[in-house]
Ligand binder design. Structure first.
Ligand SMILES: [Ca+2]
Length: 633
């Protein structure tokens, strides 16, 4: 059913240039391509995997913001090479099979894999177009037989290898413990609280944060009102392991993370989340032991969060080693971002500098002592492999977060670091105190804790939801002012709006250190608001004017052509662009500059762009593309 599309995509991915394809190179970090389908344009990007011989198609910009996951993994093979051991798949290998639910339901003659999965228990995950499920063969299957099975089974979309990720962590509100929340004072939460929650130009749009974690105690008094529920007051959440709605916390981690991002503000009890009002938490449980997470659960969790229209996904989890780099993980993230979801992930707690090239180092604790396993062997790791944090350079809209200590004002000793892969720092430790947040009442009777036993609750797991909360706040504020921000715009605002801390420059890109006051100032500036005074505001949010119209172009067929528009506010992050040709929308052509690298006769015509910012929409003049002699070979 999807075969034709996949084949077309594959030809793009592997570079057999076909007359008819256009490249928009200005779209993002990687090269993006559009391709003319029978009726519409589909935009995609190729993302090369540095470790495996595979490439991925990832949506560039789901500008329509309709939350539809649009693209599929475009692999020449339907499986990841490392599922094989000595050219066979052994019974010991736990596979993760991504399968088309409808195909499975409608087919009768299926492979042993699909036949087994057809008898799986039904549940919430069955509502997704694709589900990912664990499967192991009962006997060793040679590669040729394995390929034969999956190539003749149209319901199998892809077979990956299971991997286990780890989630364990090392003001103005009247919330009872607000003054103990040093992570909030560090990011200047008390300073912005009234600015953000004022009726004139503050927040009035609700946003959703999915917490993919060990579960969430939805009865915690400081969380219960901020949990997403349906009209019958049933919690909208997923247990991705049991495939049901039991989202209860298998440890304490997920409840703690949820509270940091979105515990109720100003309700006189407990703590405040970074965004404690106008926020709904979608609890997604992916662990049964409070610590380890299998690939199938996290993938289904990401798709499910996307389907529930999450605005932000927080994943305070990571895995070390090349095996943590999974095609299906990347595909799920790509679809989430394409569906308008900003993804925030922890940098990991290995205390290492994350490298581009392979580097094997001895693991050490915060005191510099080598770490050993229970056999007394010294532990080592390859610092070039920590996931999903390292995907921060694959995707605009995925933000990896390192930990800064609120007491020392420098990097937390346990935090992974990198001036390339860590995009921003946020508090994840507070000296010896630990970060206080919500926990299940079986951990602490009141439902709050900064320690478990004598161990402070610290970690990049805590830093990540600080940024997830800030991302949600940014989305809410922008939407309240009439904007419709994309994940890559949210990432840009968070990074540009952070303080550049010199002592963090070797640990995170530009020394980016989350600061809500600086962030809100940037959002105010970008949306033409002066929020220092609660009475002052512009007549209409957004105030764009075109300073330079797109110019007519003449070119020879096959040449590259750029159309460009300039505004008086061209540095503004929140301006949205939509290009048209002959009044037909060019889906995915959403940058200030439209690039057509290989012009075809069909590309001639009139181009214009519609710019929108807040409640202002401006249409450019039309520019004509005239094309000369064709030399297409
Ligand atoms: Ca509270």
């Amino acid at each position: 059913m999807n075969k034709r599309k996949i084949l077309i995509f594959t030809s793009v991915v592997f570079g057999s240039t076909i007359c008819g394809s256009i490249l928009f190179t200005n779209c993002s970090k990687s090269s993006f391509s559009t391709r003319r389908d029978d009726s519409s344009f589909v935009i995609a990007s190729t993302i090369e995997d540095e470790n495996q011989n595979s490439k991925y198609l990832v949506s560039c910009l789901a500008k329509t913001f309709n939350k539809t996951a649009v693209l599929k993994l475009a692999e020449i093979k339907k499986y990841s090479e490392d599922v094989l051991t000595n050219d066979s798949v052994t019974p010991e290998t736990v596979l993760v099979v991504k399968i088309d639910h409808q195909c499975l339901a409608n087919s009768t003659s299926l492979s042993p894999i699909s036949n087994t999965l057809k008898n799986r228990p039904e549940g919430l995950i069955s509502d997704l177009e694709f589900g990912s499920y664990k499967y192991s063969f009962t006997a060793t299957v040679p590669r040729a037989d394995f390929e034969n099975i999956i190539n003749n089974d149209a319901c199998i979309h892809y077979i990956d290898k299971n991997t286990t990720y780890t989630i364990s962590s090392s003001g103005d509100t009247d919330d009872q413990y607000y003054n103990m929340q040093t992570h909030l004072s560090y990011i200047k939460h008390p300073l912005i609280y009234k600015k953000v929650f004022n009726p004139l130009n503050g927040i009035n749009k609700e946003v959703r944060i999915a917490i993919i974690d060990s579960g969430v105690d939805i009865s915690n008094p400081d969380l219960t009102n901020n949990i997403l529920r349906d009209v019958r007051d049933q919690v909208i959440g997923l247990n991705a392991i049991s495939n049901n709605t039991d989202v209860s916390d298998s440890g304490f981690h997920g409840t703690h993370v949820a509270g940091i991002a979105g515990a109720s503000s100003g309700n006189q009890i407990g703590v405040s989340g970074v965004l404690g009002a106008m926020v709904k938490i979608i609890p997604i449980r992916v662990s049964n032991d409070g610590s380890s997470v299998d690939l199938d659960a996290v993938i289904n969790g990401i798709y499910w969060a996307t389907k529930q229209k999450a605005d932000v996904i927080n994943m305070s989890l990571s895995a070390k080693g090349a095996a943590g780099n999974r095609p299906l993980f990347k595909e799920a993230i790509a679809n989430a971002i394409a569906g308008g979801v900003t993804v925030v992930v922890a940098a990991g707690n290995d205390g290492q500098t994350i490298t581009t090239d392979s580097s094997i180092v001895t693991m050490k604790d915060c005191y510099g002592n080598p770490l050993k396993n229970n056999l007394g062997q010294t532990l080592v790791m390859d610092t070039s492999h920590v996931y999903p944090m390292k995907y921060s350079n694959l995707f605009n809209g995925l933000i990896s977060v390192g930990s800064v200590d609120t007491v020392s004002n420098s990097i937390s000793c346990f935090s992974n670091r990198s001036s390339t892969y860590v995009k921003i720092m946020a508090p994840g430790s507070a000296g010896t105190l630990g970060i206080i947040s919500t926990v299940p009442t079986r951990i602490s009777a009141l439902g709050y804790a900064n320690k478990v036993g004598l161990s402070p609750i610290n970690g990049t797991s805590m830093s990540s939801p600080v940024v997830a909360g800030a991302a949600a706040l940014t989305i809410s504020l922008a939407r309240s002012r009439g904007y419709n921000p994309l994940p890559e715009q949210i990432e840009k605002l968070l990074l540009k709006g952070s303080i550049k801390t010199d002592t963090l420059k070797s640990y995170a890109v530009d020394g980016n250190n989350l600061d809500l006051n600086s962030l809100i100032e940037l959002i105010d500036q970008d949306t033409n608001i002066n929020s220092t005074s609660s009475t002052e505001r512009t007549a209409s949010f957004g105030n764009i004017q075109i300073a330079a119209q797109p110019a007519n172009k003449q070119a020879i067929l096959g040449e590259t052509v750029n159309f460009e528009v300039m505004t008086t506010e061209s540095s503004s992050i929140l301006i949205n662009y939509q290009w048209y040709r002959n009044n037909k929308i060019l889906t995915g052509a959403n940058s200030r500059i439209l690039t057509i690298p290989k012009t075809l006769a069909s590309h001639s015509g009139e181009y214009h762009v519609v710019l929108s910012a807040g409640k202002t929409t401006v249409t450019s003049q039309k520019a004509t593309l005239t094309l000369g002699k064709q030399y297409c070979d």
